[in-house]
Design a protein around this ligand. Structure first.
Ligand SMILES: *Cc1c(COP(=O)(O)O)cnc(C)c1O
Length: 387
């Protein structure tokens, strides 16, 4: 049999990095120790008290059963307390919080709850690819909204025609932003809320990096007036507590939007393993020192990498948040040719910005998921390069 993929699956954007993957494979074969800054997965371990909570929870017989769809009330209460503590946002744990199998799961299922054939979903470009791919799988049309350096990587909402806005059901935003590292202040968030209210659009905010920041406190969109009318905010333990492999996240905000997402979920999954939820409770209720410690490690790496990149003549800023560095490529290169040069001449692998959308062109992304010695080694290798 040669099954034909569905037209929706065939519509997904092509994978752009086959050539870079092949080049990396060859380099490794030649014995080059490739330094990989491509991975958006923390290299730091999950804190011990969280692992210990999991060990205990896995022994409990009651945790071997199907969990509830929406998550244990104790987990949802821990999320509410976390939001009160970190964001000053009051959440009703029963109506305004649901558990997710990682925030990616919730993001990917949201369009299935609210998008009809041909409806638009506004997605940031560059952006996390799941916003557009889940829209396509649900039968909608992603409408890319450019994030430009001259607008501090915030979308210009006034550039979206009222025709498009009227056909849009969801607008995805993500601050602190992957890949650009940009952050959003109250004024812009208010503008986004008003825009979504005017056009009856669901504001889906991806807050995966809400706790990864340096001398800066990222805002929850729910801190801003009117947000609860239109907003679902996705968040995750993945980056905050180095728990990417555990698959646990949550969504908070408008109860009707959450109920729609939950209706999809009851038809496709059966919730988060309760032992993982208990570990999540230990994380969310644990000391915030673990967050500060993680951030202080990323900060040291950020400072060394950005200073080093500036020294070799690259145009790059110190990010306020996320564990990425978004670096402009030198004149004469595009994002893929520059990534190819770094890999070929220095054995350093970065992610070309165009992989996040056409407006990511002109940039490459470094992830700060490598320790200081490795970053210093990469900089030493790059020092001799001429651009
Ligand atoms: C890492 C990441 C996520 C997904 O995290 P989960 O592990 O699925 O919770 C979502 N959005 C962005 C922008 C990310 O970088």
């Amino acid at each position: 049999m040669s099954p034909e993929l569905s037209s929706r699956l065939r519509q997904l954007p092509p994978y752009l990095f086959a050539e870079l993957d092949e080049m990396k494979r060859k380099k490794l074969e030649e014995g080059v120790r490739v330094i990989d800054f491509g991975v958006g997965d923390p290299d730091l371990p999950t804190p011990k008290h969280i692992v210990d909570a999991m060990k205990k929870a896995v022994e409990k017989e009651e945790n071997q059963k199907y969990p509830s769809y929406e998550g244990m009330l104790e987990f949802r209460r821990a999320v509410a307390d976390f939001y009160a503590r970190r964001k000053g946002v009051e959440l009703n744990a029963e109506k305004e919080v649901i558990a997710l199998i990682g925030s990616k799961e919730g993001i990917a299922h949201l369009p299935f709850a609210f998008v009809n054939d041909g409806d638009y979903v506004l997605v940031p470009d560059p952006g996390y690819p799941v916003y557009a791919s889940s829209t396509i799988l649900a039968g909608g049309k992603p409408y890319e909204v450019a994030l430009k350096a001259e607008n501090s990587f915030l979308p210009d909402l006034s550039s979206i025609s009222s025709d498009v806005a009227r056909k849009a059901k969801i607008m995805f935003l993500n601050y602190p932003n992957n890949p650009t590292t940009a952050v959003a202040e109250k004024e812009f968030i208010k503008e986004a809320i008003d825009f979504c209210m005017d056009y009856n659009i669901i504001l889906a905010h991806d807050a995966a990096y809400s706790e990864i920041a340096f001398d800066y406190r990222p805002l929850s969109f729910l801190e801003v007036d009117g947000a609860f009318e239109v907003t679902i905010e996705f968040n995750s333990l993945s980056k905050t507590y180095n728990m990417t492999g555990w698959r646990i996240g949550f969504a908070v905000g408008n109860p009707e939007i959450l109920a729609g997402l939950l209706k999809v979920k009851t038809n496709v999954d059966s919730g988060v393993f309760q032992a993982v939820q208990e570990a999540g409770i230990a994380a969310l209720r644990g000391s915030d020192d673990v967050i500060d410690k993680t951030n202080s490690i990323y900060r040291i790496r950020r400072d060394i990498l950005v200073k080093g990149l500036k020294n070799i003549g690259l145009d790059v800023d110190y990010p306020k948040a996320t564990f990425y560095v978004w670096c402009r490529v030198p004149d004469g290169y595009d994002s893929i040719s520059f990534a190819r040069k770094l890999l070929d001449d220095a054995g350093v692998l970065v992610t070309p910005g165009v992989g996040f959308g056409q407006h990511g062109e002109g940039f490459v992304r470094f992830a700060l998921t490598r320790d200081v010695e490795v970053i210093e080694e990469a900089l030493k290798r790059m020092e001799g390069l001429s651009f």
